[in-house]
Design a protein around this ligand. Structure first.
Ligand code: XMP
Ligand code: MG
Length: 183
């Protein structure tokens, strides 16, 4: 699907597919260096992180395992509620493991802040974050993020795993929605 196929639902393409892919490969290169000689456990946050996890994991050369958590801080809308529910916990015991959280987007930071505290209490050897996108102007809880794909404006975005009411996740680029879709 490209911008034309989305017709009037899409406002604009913010990050084209080739730029996304190139940036993920750059991040993978840095992660390879930083984790050389270590076993990494990638923890993806469902469902949004599916695309970045798939691309990042395949670009990495260090040995990795993948596990998933599903948490929910949003309903069908476009606002963070700040209330985090665990819908699916990890299958893996992360005690003593090098854990790298893989996220689609950091918006207010509320979800990730909660997740960090939750995972820290399980005593991993290390805990870092890799996110495809971050909205610096939306942050409510500052979080140290080691690997950031792109800092983007404070707009609701879709594509590359990100949805609006479960639609648009399969778009290979990041775009913004026309206001009529969510108003
Ligand atoms: P917070 O605000 O807690 O949000 O950092 C984290 C989660 O909220 C979702 N999110 C978005 N989803 N477009 C989306 O499709 C957006 O612009 C957006 N901003 C936040 C996302 O699931 C993220 O993990
Ligand atoms: Mg979502």
């Amino acid at each position: 699907m490209d911008a034309a196929d989305m017709g009037k639902d899409l406002e604009k393409v913010l990050i084209p597919e080739d730029e996304l892919q190139a940036r993920i490969r750059e991040l993978a290169g840095r992660i390879d260096e930083d984790y050389a000689g270590k076993d990494v456990l990638l923890v993806g946050v469902l469902k949004g992180a599916v695309m970045v996890m798939a691309d990042l994991a395949r670009a990495l050369r260090v040995p990795v395992q993948m596990d998933w958590m599903a948490v929910s801080s949003y309903g069908a809308g476009t606002r963070s509620s700040g209330v985090v529910r665990v819908l699916k916990d990890l299958d893996t015991d992360i005690m003593g493991r090098h854990v790298l959280i893989v996220e689609d987007i950091i918006d207010s930071g509320l979800t990730l802040h909660w997740l960090l505290e939750n995972l820290k209490s399980r005593n991993p050897a290390s805990l870092e974050i890799c996110t495809a996108l971050r909205k610096p102007d939306a942050v409510k809880v500052p979080i140290e993020v080691k690997y950031v794909g792109f800092d983007i404006p404070n707009e609701f975005v879709i594509g590359y795993g990100l949805d609006y009411a479960e639609r648009f996740r399969n778009l290979p680029f990041i775009g913004t929605l026309a206001p009529h879709v969510y108003k």
